[in-house]
Design a protein around this ligand. Structure first.
Ligand code: AMP
Length: 111
């Protein structure tokens, strides 16, 4: 989608700190990290949010999250997987993305 920040990152038009890429997904470091490890996993195809995405895409993204958690060394210590959705979910970029947050102990409940 024209004017979608994450579509422009997925196409390479806007640079990112890439962690992983294949034909379906891109993973890159968040520009404003909230933890020592803060990686975003996005599908290259545009979906506004998880509400619009097909289960195959979401499942594939999940498999990449697990692979990256191992490669980033946070699988044993644990991590938080966040999919902010819509207004109340404080989703600021309207392109489906999963946040992988790790490397420190998380707070619960979230604010
Ligand atoms: P959300 O609030 O769940 O929509 O998350 C959007 C995330 O995208 C935020 O954590 C931002 O810091 C991050 N972000 C925004 N622009 C960029 C960018 N150019 N490169 C990497 N991360 C970004």
């Amino acid at each position: 989608m024209e004017n979608c920040l994450f579509c422009r990152i997925a196409s390479g038009e806007i640079p990112s700190s890439k962690v992983y890429e294949d034909e379906k997904v891109l993973a890159f470091r968040d520009i404003d990290p909230q933890a020592p490890v803060h990686v975003l996993v996005i599908p290259k195809q545009h979906f506004d949010s998880i509400l619009d995405a097909d289960p195959e895409t979401v499942g594939y993204m999940q498999s990449i999250v697990v692979k990256l958690a191992k490669e980033l060394g946070i699988d044993e210590s644990g991590f938080r997987l966040v999919v902010n959705t819509g207004k109340d979910g404080q989703q600021s970029v309207k392109h489906l993305h999963m946040h992988i947050l790790g490397g420190r102990s998380m707070q619960w409940p979230p604010g």
